[in-house]
Design a protein around this ligand. Structure first.
Ligand code: SAM
Length: 283
């Protein structure tokens, strides 16, 4: 620990309901020399609501290195700094991890001030047996990379949890249905906010419910039921997945093996569908 340097507090803030702030978080925010905030306007509202006055610096994605260097310099000069993200716990799917990494490398004391976290809130109400889960952060936005990620973890013996944008949720749920079969999912939207909603349904039903809306709005966390409880994939899901793999240049043999691994469906059933998919492609 560098003697004379300050402390970096990693402070969780509400993901919607301001009443979820902890009394310790308020004490720390009121006592530090500087608050590094992902969104200073949003944090200003929080501080105003609780009558806290403190200098702020913006620390956000894309400016981690330059903003981080200034924050580390102030810590090294002996000031205490609180890091807060847009909402929830800094360092989980946001730029907070980078500042923590730099602070630790500089020998600065890093202290957690735990509290709200979208991941924890959703897992706590999902209603799957658990207790293990695997957190994927935000899945890749590119379809091929996303499908590869889901394929690589679809046989894991635990629930899968991820954050997703409302613009991509329907496409992502379609990928899950194609790769993992019609597993149950829980989709949490706007947790702790006025329009809080949790959809618990087989993935195709959840997808249809969301696709029927003019637009999906708000922030989302998804939990996908673990592999061991999976039902058999539907024929059309196998065909769709075969077509996707054929389009990416996978051989028929490899595609059959991949889908067998992903879904657990009998090889002969997958093979029969593959013959028509590859046959229709003229290969
Ligand atoms: N570090 C934060 C945490 O773990 O709580 C999350 C930061 S990440 C940049 C933001 C994502 O968290 C959103 O896009 C959404 O997927 C999820 N999220 C945040 N607040 C939420 C809420 N109230 N309800 C559902 N999901 C939420």
């Amino acid at each position: 620990m560098t003697s004379g340097s300050g402390t970096l507090y990693i402070v969780a803030t509400p993901i919607g309901n301001l009443g979820d702030i902890s009394s310790r978080a308020l004490e720390i925010l009121a006592s530090v020399d500087l608050i590094a905030a992902e969104d200073t306007r949003r944090t200003r509202k929080l501080l105003t609501r609780f009558g806290i006055k403190c200098g702020m610096v913006a620390y956000f994605r894309g400016r981690e290195a330059s903003r981080g260097a200034g924050i580390i310099a102030r810590l090294e000069a002996g000031e205490d700094v609180a890091l807060v993200s847009d909402a929830g716990t800094p360092g989980i799917s946001d730029p907070g991890w980078f500042l923590v990494d730099r602070a630790l490398a500089a020998g600065i004391r890093v202290v957690p001030v735990p509290g709200p976290c979208a991941l924890a809130a959703m897992v706590s109400v999902a209603g799957f047996p658990g207790p293990e889960f695997f957190f994927l952060g935000f899945p890749p936005t590119r379809k091929k990379a996303r499908a590869d990620l889901f394929s690589s973890c679809c046989a894991l013996p635990c629930e899968l949890v991820f954050y997703e944008s409302p613009r991509r949720i329907v496409a992502t749920l379609a990928d899950i249905a194609a790769i993992m079969g019609d597993r149950r999912v829980a989709v949490g939207r706007e947790l702790t906010k006025l329009n809080e909603e949790v959809i618990r349904a087989p993935v195709r039903e959840a997808m249809a419910m969301l696709a029927a809306r003019p637009a999906v709005k708000g922030e989302l966390v998804v939990v996908v039921e673990r592999a061991s409880a999976r039902p058999r994939p539907e024929r059309e899901d196998i065909v769709r997945r075969l077509e996707e793999l054929r389009e990416t240049g996978t051989t028929m043999k490899d595609a059959v093996a991949a889908i067998r691994k992903e879904t657990g469906a009998p090889r002969r059933e997958i093979y029969a569908e593959a013959l028509s998919v590859w046959g229709e492609a003229g290969n």
